[in-house]
Write a protein that binds this ligand. Structure first.
Ligand code: ADP
Length: 609
């Protein structure tokens, strides 16, 4: 209870007020009592003087007689007091209330002794004669300049005490009300002072629990008001700082979560303090189990552990290229020391260079392919020119044959350059696709009819199977036909005599969850966005494509079987892929070597969802 400011302010106040009031009550009581006693004494002195003047001349002072008793009783009745007349030797000569014969010598009563010395004496004491507290006043009686005795007047203190007690009660009740009022006031002041502090405490507690929106209204203009205003300023600034920190943190988290590179931070103790999803993925672990574990247990690969240890030891940035297993990703690992955070504090960045390396391979292959593709016709042209120069010119029929062959080679070169240029234009987005609703028949029909004579010459059965209710596709008709032409042309090229080629189509829907209809389609669902699609399939019973070549046939210049691909450039499928991708569609192939291949083209329809 005394821990509260309210009580700590109120209790001392109340104690102080109590002590002051108690002191005042005691002082006032004494003052009243003393005043009453003084009054009474003055009254008794006056009365004693009156009696003295009246009885001074009485001859009875010379010896004991009844006269003084009668006088004493007379004045006692008059004054309503006890009157005692005492001789100079202390013998009681007259007494109003008692039998004087029973009374002892009064010379040594304090009031008598004082009267003897000071001509007036008074005393308050318990009277054994009457049995209660009395006030006595004595004065000497003089007759002819000789002291003949004393007049003593006494009054019981009962009345005085009663009066004093009444007054004291009045003072006490006033004091009690004052104390209660003051205590109440003290409590109010304490409450008034403590309330804003309590409110501040509540607000701070709510802030500590994370509620940063709380504010205090300054109600006073005093120090507490100033404190409240300062507190609000502080809380505003704190809220601003925390909001900024949270924003920065969420931005940083978003960056870390979405970046393709893996990031790992180890603390001074060598344990993982931060790991982003990419790093967890590349290291084949998950973030939760990696956090707080030693780096070596998380990284596992000895080359990455070595790199990290080198970085910690030497305090310098370290690089390492790491191939994670035969089929695993190809990583560039960079370890950077975080000097201030401790001896083993380090940041490890894992860059996934698999795609870059694959592109590098594709680029290298492309260059070697293009050199090869150019070298063959050029070498043949050179040979033909040499042969002509060496004398074949003299033989006109042979010269004609050679010129025809040269013409064919030049045509092949021109075709290759044209296709290369077209591929480059499509890849760089220079070829605009004029997309509109086109019936599947318009996409498939013209190419098939154009190639039908060629198929016939090769003794191949070419059939088309289109269901009647296919929705139109969203396509650039000319480009879409180019794709189908390439697929059917390839099928004709790579199917031996007597085989068959069938172009078919069906509609399917990819729903939001990735489900696909009809379910018979063997598609990689995750690669196809939801919506209504049309699938065109070109199936042949030809030579097929070896499994290891299948993933690469859409690359530029890639030919699965160079011997059989004849005059092909290896660019047709690469162009087809880019055209289909330009439509937002997909192209892929399935094949069994020796049995045949199926090329699929999925094109979007107008109904996207
Ligand atoms: P090309 O001009 O050589 O036909 P493409 O890019 O059209 O170039 O084809 C690339 C390679 O894919 C071909 O050389 C061939 O090996 C393979 N290929 C394409 N279509 C078929 C098919 N229907 N049957 C077997 N192999 C095919």
């Amino acid at each position: 209870m005394f821990r509260s400011i309210r009580w700590r302010i109120a209790i001392p106040y109340v104690i102080l007020i109590l002590a002051a009031t108690a002191g005042l009550v005691i002082y006032l009581s004494d003052l009243v009592r003393d005043a009453h006693v003084d009054d009474l004494e003055a009254k008794l002195v006056a009365e004693a003087r009156l009696i003295r003047d009246a009885v001074a001349t009485s001859p009875a002072w010379e010896g004991p007689g009844d006269d003084l008793d009668a006088l004493a009783r007379h004045y006692a009745d008059l004054l309503d007091a006890r009157v005692t007349l005492i001789g100079a030797d202390g013998t009681v000569l007259g007494e109003s209330d008692r039998d004087r014969m029973q009374m002892d010598n009064h010379l040594y009563r304090p009031e008598v002794q004082q009267a003897l010395a000071e001509r007036q004496g008074s005393s308050i004491r318990f009277s054994r004669t009457v049995g209660y507290d009395m006030m006595y006043v004595a004065i000497p009686v003089m007759a002819e300049k000789r002291m003949v005795g004393f007049v003593r007047v006494a009054l019981p203190l009962r009345q005085l005490k009663a009066n004093v007690a009444r007054l004291r009660r009045a003072i006490l009740s006033v004091a009690l009300f004052t104390v209660l009022g003051a205590a109440l006031l003290a409590l109010l002041i304490a409450e008034y002072t403590a309330r804003p502090v309590r409110r501040l405490t509540e607000v701070v507690q709510r802030m500590a629990k994370g509620d940063l929106s709380v504010r205090l209204l300054p109600v006073t203009r005093d120090e507490v008001g100033a404190l409240t205003r300062s507190f609000n300023q502080m809380s505003d600034r704190l809220r601003g700082t925390i909001t900024k920190l949270v924003e920065e943190r969420s931005r940083l988290t978003a960056v870390l979560d979405n970046m393709a590179d893996g990031v790992l931070i180890t603390g001074g103790d060598g344990h993982v303090h931060l790991i982003n999803p990419a790093a967890a993925r590349l290291l084949g672990t998950d973030e939760q189990s990696a956090l707080g574990r030693p780096f070596a247990l998380v990284a596992r690969d000895h080359r990455i552990i070595d790199l990290w240890q080198r970085c910690c030891r030497q305090g310098e940035e370290q690089f390492e290229s790491v191939e994670m297993g035969r089929q695993g990703p190809f990583l560039q690992a960079i370890a950077t020391p975080l000097q201030d955070a401790g001896p083993q504090a380090c940041m490890v960045i894992l860059q996934n260079l698999t795609r870059v390396r694959r592109l590098e391979t594709v680029r290298r292959d492309f260059i070697s392919n293009i050199s090869h593709e150019l070298r063959t016709p050029l070498a043949s042209l050179k040979a033909l020119v040499d042969t002509l120069r060496d004398g074949a010119l003299e033989d006109p029929p042979a010269a004609h044959r050679f010129l025809d062959r040269m013409d064919t080679e030049v045509d092949a070169l021109t075709q290759m350059v044209r296709e290369l240029l077209e591929l480059a234009r499509i890849e760089s987005g220079q070829v605009p696709f004029r997309l509109k609703a086109v019936s599947v028949e318009d996409v498939v029909g013209p190419p098939v009819e154009r190639l039908r004579p060629q198929a016939k010459r090769a003794d191949l059965q070419l059939s088309v199977d289109l269901p009647p209710d296919l929705p139109p596709v969203l396509a650039d008709a000319e480009r879409a036909q180019q794709v189908i032409t390439n697929l059917v042309h390839n099928a004709v090229k790579f199917t031996p005599q007597g085989g068959s080629i069938r172009v078919s189509s069906s509609a399917f829907r990819v729903s939001e969850g990735g489900a696909i209809h009809p379910e018979t389609l063997n598609l990689k669902l995750e690669t196809i966005p939801p919506g209504q699609w049309v699938l065109i399939a070109v199936r042949d019973t030809g030579v097929g494509i070896p499994a290891e070549d299948l993933p690469r046939i859409f690359e530029r210049f890639y030919k699965a079987d160079r011997a059989r691909s004849g005059g092909g450039t290896g660019l047709g499928l690469a162009i087809a892929k880019h055209i289909v991708q330009g439509h937002g569609g997909r192209i892929w192939a399935e094949s069994v070597e020796g049995k045949g291949s199926t090329f699929y083209v999925a094109l979007p329809t107008l109904t996207r969802r």
